[in-house]
Design a binder for this molecule. Structure first.
Ligand code: GCU
Length: 610
């Protein structure tokens, strides 16, 4: 085939065209800089956008923006980003234009912006993206920076070297479902695509706090556990930092010791870390709880850098089949939710999140399962203030490629990014590492690795997974239970499984000395469809299944929490009957949030009278 460009570039026929764009500056949990109260410049707004069905941005190097040859003669080009239509960031492309509604593939975002880099010396500029689904590649001023995998967690890349006074930022996002990804090819929610959380440039000192953690020790009374990770472009033996909680008269100096160096994007960074505990008088501490969501202002300083966070201190643990918060036994009156809004889709505002929590509190809940992937960072921050306990999870959902080493790395990284992001959120009490995964040796090893990863970063929260009943043997038997603190169980007796009498039998046959959290139960109902004979998809049948479920579950001592599936109907392309019409109708409220179904009243009555 003749050469298309006189530069001799032509990889149109190359099959593994993107291999050279898988490496580069790996963007993962190691490059994540947390702390939302930082100096930052927002890049939210209208970005030029177009679908890139054949990944031509890479195959044909659109990112070079070549329009003239060496002799300055105009040559044909297939992409003039600056003239493309625009769509909103944050946002998904699916509701930006009708033709993008079901689009799965690569999309190219492009934004030109000025940045005053002369303003400050001795600072680093960190590009931070709150989430983009699924594979993201970044070019700044035509320089490829690297690739991030994962559709729901934040990621950062240091752009100090590449940022100019005038900039062009190209972000290629690909939401194609792939067997080796997490989640894999098949799942029961809508595969929205795009950059659906904030994009900003953090301005941090060269010596800055990258991640920090401070929580009430789970095992030691009167003790706060902390660690601080610091990054610098200078190598020193140590860096001093200090932790201050004025309201508790805490001011502790700590030594961040040199841990090693890393080379990112051609620059050497030096890593420092400190880890330890601070004695406190717990009798003076107003512990965080749903009824009293007290948070303290915690300041961490290292060199010129300062991170301030509102952090609630509470202790959650299990003993036998019981769950305790601050030493008092609790029952988790929960509900599940996807991160989806009828208009904002995956980009809910703080106000919309607050409205959801108000609805959840009116329902009588003290707990929520944020299914099946990390929701926005704002959710746990609002839950801290409004006093709702949370389970957060990564999308290790159904039949993941457990045997594939790259899949393990991807899942571990998403878990690390989630925990680093939310490890100081008092509302988060459970990390859940899987949902309805078919058992196998590979799956067991995969999940065991995830449980260990979570505990290495955060020893204070409970580890859970939504396991399946062994329906044939009619028992709860999953070797993963040995790695969990709380046994999550998804069961749909009365809906998918008709012989309801089996449910109490299985639950009463449960042998493990760990609490059961019913992580899902429920049934579909079309809003407004009523049937005195309890036809399938009627509100009456859904409500009756809820009543029967609660009667059994509330009389099973090992069940210490219930999370009906689900608060709102949600979009899913697996649900295409004329009744569902692209929606999973297991919500107790309609997807547009206007109609409470009869099952809502059942939950409301049970939770307000328990
Ligand atoms: C499963 C799964 C959910 C799904 C639900 C259903 O338990 O975890 O994601 O939506 O069943 O069938 O509606």
């Amino acid at each position: 085939m003749e050469k298309r460009f006189d530069e001799g570039f032509d990889n149109i026929l190359v099959a593994d065209y993107d291999k050279e764009y898988e490496g580069g500056y790996t963007i993962n949990a190691d490059t994540l800089v947390v702390g939302t109260e930082r100096k930052k410049v927002s890049l939210n707004g209208e970005w030029h956008f177009a679908p890139d069905v054949f990944c031509s941005n890479i195959r044909s190097r659109w990112f070079d923006e070549t329009k003239y040859n060496r002799n300055q003669e105009p040559i044909p080009y297939d992409a003039d980003f600056e003239n493309w239509d625009t769509i909103a960031v944050p946002g998904v492309w699916n509701n930006a234009r009708r033709e993008y509604a079901l689009y799965e593939g690569a999309g190219v975002y492009y934004k030109q912006f000025d940045f005053d880099i002369s303003r400050e010396k001795g600072v680093r500029y960190i590009l931070k993206i709150g989430a983009a689904n699924y594979e993201t590649r970044i070019w700044l001023n035509k320089t490829y920076l690297g690739r991030h995998l994962g559709g729901f967690t934040p990621f950062c890349v240091d752009v100090t070297q590449n940022l100019q006074q005038e900039n062009s930022l190209l972000i290629m996002v690909n939401n194609t479902r792939k067997m080796e990804q997490v989640p894999t090819l098949h799942y029961d929610w809508f595969n929205y695509g795009g950059i659906f959380r904030d994009v900003e440039i953090l301005v941090v000192p060269e010596l800055h706090i990258q991640n920090s953690y401070i929580q009430l020790s789970k095992v030691k009374e009167n003790s706060l556990e902390y660690w601080i990770r610091v990054k610098d472009i200078q190598k020193r033996a140590e860096n001093l930092a200090w932790i201050e909680i004025k309201e508790l008269d805490i001011h502790k100096e700590v030594r961040c010791l040199y841990m090693g160096k890393e080379n990112l994007n051609g620059e050497e960074y030096y890593l420092y870390e400190t880890k330890g505990s601070i004695s406190i008088n717990e009798s003076r501490l107003q512990k965080w709880s749903p009824d009293s969501p007290k948070c303290y202002l915690v300041k961490m300083v290292c060199g010129e850098d300062q991170v301030e966070e509102l952090i609630g201190f509470r202790r959650v643990n299990v003993n036998g089949r019981h769950i305790y918060l601050n030493g008092k036994e609790i029952f988790l009156k929960g509900i599940c939710a996807h991160d989806e809004h009828p208009h904002a889709l995956r980009s809910q505002s703080e106000e919309e999140i607050r409205h959801m929590f108000q609805e959840v509190k009116e329902l009588g809940c003290n707990f929520m399962r944020l299914a099946h992937y990390p929701h926005s960072e704002m959710v746990a921050r609002v839950a801290d203030q409004m006093g709702i306990l949370l389970l957060e999870e990564i999308p290790v959902y159904w039949a993941i490629a457990f045997r594939n080493p790259a899949t393990v790395v991807d899942a571990q990284n998403q878990l690390r990014e989630l925990i680093l992001r939310d490890c100081n959120r008092a509302s988060v009490i459970i990390w859940s590492i899987g949902n309805e995964n078919p058992d196998s040796d590979d799956r067991y090893q995969f999940m065991k690795t995830l449980a260990q990863t979570a505990r290495e970063i955060d020893s204070t929260r409970l580890i859970c997974a939504a396991c399946l009943f062994d329906v044939d043997k009619k028992q709860i038997k999953d070797r993963l239970i040995s790695e969990l603190d709380i046994v999550g169980i998804n069961e749909y007796y009365g809906w998918y499984i008709k012989d309801f009498e089996t449910l109490p039998m299985i639950l009463n046959g449960y042998k493990d000395d760990k609490p059961i959290l019913i992580t899902e139960m429920g049934a579909d109902a079309k809003s407004g469809y009523h049937s005195s004979s309890m036809e399938i998809f009627s509100e009456e049948l859904q409500a009756e299944i809820y009543r029967k479920q609660f009667r059994v579950l509330l009389n099973t001592p090992a069940v210490r929490g219930i999370c009906p599936w689900i608060l709102y109907d949600f979009a899913s392309m697996r649900r295409m009957s004329s009744i569902q019409n692209g929606y999973n109708l297991k919500g107790i409220i309609s997807s547009d949030r206007t109609h409470k179904k009869m099952a809502y009243d059942v939950v409301h009555e049970v939770y307000h009278n328990r």
